[in-house]
Ligand binder design. Structure first.
Ligand SMILES: [Zn+2]
Length: 390
């Protein structure tokens, strides 16, 4: 494959402090980027760009690494418009609404689920997301969860087994029996199609012991844990995530000082999902508190039909800056490099040599505009593996 030099970039975010201004974003002004065989081979000032087979004039746009959306739930059918409208009329969000989506998903054909998944991944791509994780969790039986992950695996390697999303109606009187199913037969059937194992540790979903049982069993099958933790209330989720070496504790809205401390002294990333608080009119997590403590923070959409039906990382960045105490630079880092950390990936979330050539070109002189101009479709082009896709 011929090499291509992208020139005339007003700014380039490499997320590599060895480049440019030396900050976390590794920002280079008046920059160029050379890609070859789907990989970044050079980044630096435009005046120093080496010879390449082809030149692509980026017309003064800014380049950022493609967003890494490390938390979504895209294998589903139906939607929950009525529930959203009711909630916006004053009804509180509880975990139970998931059952509506479970019923619709179980009824749907493989083709319908795949088409819906592909549609949402495409929607993400149009908004600059080049890496997306997605979870099962709307099947809640061995066959249905395995089906969801098998379908998801055809679209992304970042698949998460979330049998412990909610206790399905048929196990309502026997939640421990359901937990045993998830940690046993269901896990066995799902592990071949999953990289990660997750549990919704929350009142009304799974308690600490149940969460630990599922994640420990998953780990024994070679899956790496991640946890829906401390979303709606204080609880043991974050502590369990740290104890089990989870890649991320997701939500982190209700944290004690001990929770923040545990995260700060761990490899576990705190993944914040502001679309969820936005869509449920709930208090936002305090990103500033986590950052001051030294916690690694990722931003993600939590795209799902119930509590956060947005696929837009720029939207999440804008909220994180406005409502969660993040600077524009921090929010951009968290939506790219932070997401990569949460997925334990070093080949995405950055644009320095060796990284995959996954990037978004913004119709803006600086990526600060992502927060400064909320709701504006600034993502003009998206390249993946060195090929322009949008
Ligand atoms: Zn979620």
């Amino acid at each position: 494959m011929p090499s291509t030099a992208l020139t005339h970039l007003t700014t380039l975010v490499t997320n590599d402090p060895a480049y440019g201004d030396g900050g976390p974003l590794g920002l280079i002004e008046d920059a160029a980027l050379v890609v070859e065989d789907g990989t970044v081979v050079w980044a630096g000032p435009a005046r120093q760009v080496p010879a390449a087979d082809e030149t692509y004039d980026a017309s003064g746009r800014s380049a950022i690494p493609g967003f890494v959306d490390s938390h979504s739930h895209l294998v589903f059918a139906g939607d929950r418009t009525a529930e959203f409208a009711a909630r916006m009329s004053g009804r509180p969000y509880t975990a139970g609404g998931i059952r509506t989506t479970v019923a619709a998903t179980r009824e749907a054909s493989d083709d319908a689920l795949s088409a819906n998944l592909a549609r949402h991944l495409r929607e993400m791509l149009r908004q600059g997301t080049t890496t997306a994780e997605t979870k099962s969790g709307y099947g809640l039986s061995t066959a249905q969860e395995a089906r969801a992950l098998r379908l998801a695996r055809a679209h992304t390697p970042e698949t998460t087994f979330l049998g412990a999303h909610l206790v399905p109606p048929e196990y309502e009187k026997d939640p421990d029996g359901y937990t045993a199913l998830v940690a046993g037969e269901m896990l066995q059937a799902c592990a071949p199609y999953a990289r990660w194992v997750d549990a919704f540790c929350e009142r009304g979903a799974f308690d600490g012991d149940q969460t630990r049982a599922v994640l420990t069993a998953g780990r024994e099958q070679g899956l790496v844990p991640r946890v829906h933790a401390n979303q709606l209330s204080h609880g043991p989720g974050v502590q369990i995530a740290v104890e089990l070496g989870a890649a991320s504790a997701d939500h982190c809205t209700h944290l004690t000082g001990a929770d923040v401390d545990a995260l700060a002294h761990s490899e576990t990333v705190a993944t914040l999902l502001p679309g969820c608080e936005f869509s449920t009119r709930s208090p936002y997590p305090d990103a500033r508190r986590l950052l001051e403590a030294g916690v690694t923070v990722a931003l993600s959409t939590d795209c799902n039909p119930g509590s956060s039906f947005t696929s837009s990382m720029p939207f999440c960045i804008a909220i994180a800056v406005r409502e969660m105490g993040m600077t524009p630079d921090e929010a951009l880092w968290s939506a790219t490099a932070g997401g990569a950390r949460a997925l334990r990936r070093t080949d995405v979330g950055r644009l320095s040599p060796g990284a995959r050539a996954d990037l978004a070109l913004l119709d803006a002189p600086s990526p600060v505009h992502l927060a400064y101009r909320p709701g504006v479709p600034l993502v003009a082009e998206v390249w993946r593996d060195g090929v322009r896709e949008i």
